[in-house]
Design a protein around this ligand. Sequence first.
Ligand SMILES: *Cc1c(COP(=O)(O)O)cnc(C)c1O
Length: 388
Amino acid sequence: MSFQNPVFIPGPTNMPEEIRQACSMPSIDHRSSIFGEILHPVLDGVRRVLKSKTAEVFIFPSTGTGGWETALSNCLSAGDKILAARNGMFSHRWIDMCQRHGLDVQIVETPWGDGLPADTYEELLRADTNHHIKAVLATHNETATGVKSDIAAVRKALDAAGHPALLFVDGVSSIGSMDFRMDDWGVDVAVTGSQKGFMLPSGLAIVGFSEKAMKATETAQLPRTFFDVKDMQNGYAASAYPYTPPVGLLRGMQTSLEMLETEGLENVFARHTRIAEGVRKAVAAWGLKLCANSPDVYSDSVSAIRTPDGFNATDIVTRAADTYGMAFGVGLGEVAGKVFRIGHLGSLTDAMMLSGLGVAEMVMVDLGLDIKLGSGVAAAQDHYRYGS
Ligand SMILES: *Cc1c(COP(=O)(O)O)cnc(C)c1O
């Protein structure tokens, strides 16, 4: 593997030099006042990225998975009913976590390649007249299939059914790279991590809790210690953590937020759409198809690309790494061996993306796929070029 080449996996993403330097700092006393000068701007910045005015933001030394656990353990009690669709590996893992916590999950099996079925959610919520369902899970961007879902539609389903369940959204591979609106969509807990849109190393679970979610913590009975948001809230009031905070990562986060806000969130999203569209043009030129079943669910942060029947898609990822020193993502779960993934989120330019498409092409030709060298690159160039 080359340390010179960018990575094209959907996390961890490429780290800008400014962020790497910000993470690398001398030890400070995390009980001194300097820590608050890092902590509070970070919490405020995350709230703005979540597009929330009032969310309580908590950042744990963990990963996105710890963010899932924070949502469940702080808001729910054993035996509570949960409504969740399974349309990929990440929604599957969150459901599995619910079950291991003794929650009763009503699973809506959904084709891998489809978005969340808001209409089915509405039917099931309407049918739950006694309001046994306490929370609805929604994976905004299914990183395994490259499928984005319509969270506003899930909110509408809850409202149309007049159902009071909490709405928990996994935004791990969307927040900071695709449009996310915590307040507009009535999201009660938003979950993300540091190593995707925020361009940091892994190591932080980042969550936003609505007022309603904070209220739910008062009666929720699931055991929690490390991920207890009340302990964290009390800590923050004194500019501290209930334990030793990951100061370097938080300082990197401060730089990440400054970079996102200097570029402007809307520009960040437009850049992701533009780069993703170039990738999609390349995929079409190769004569391949996305795992995502229709354009309305195409993800702007990751593309999962189907390879012909009988071909092992994982060979592409192995050869790209071993021969060309470049990282792409393997297929996971149900689509293992059937798709390979190109991550295109975080710190990325058109030019970087062309290098990734160029290598993917060489690898596929090496492996005997019927693809013409330069075809995908040319299609992307056509999309990225600015004309005369
Ligand atoms: C990466 C990812 C996760 C898991 O995050 P970790 O930081 O690896 O724990 C969860 N959900 C989605 C959608 C992801 O892309």
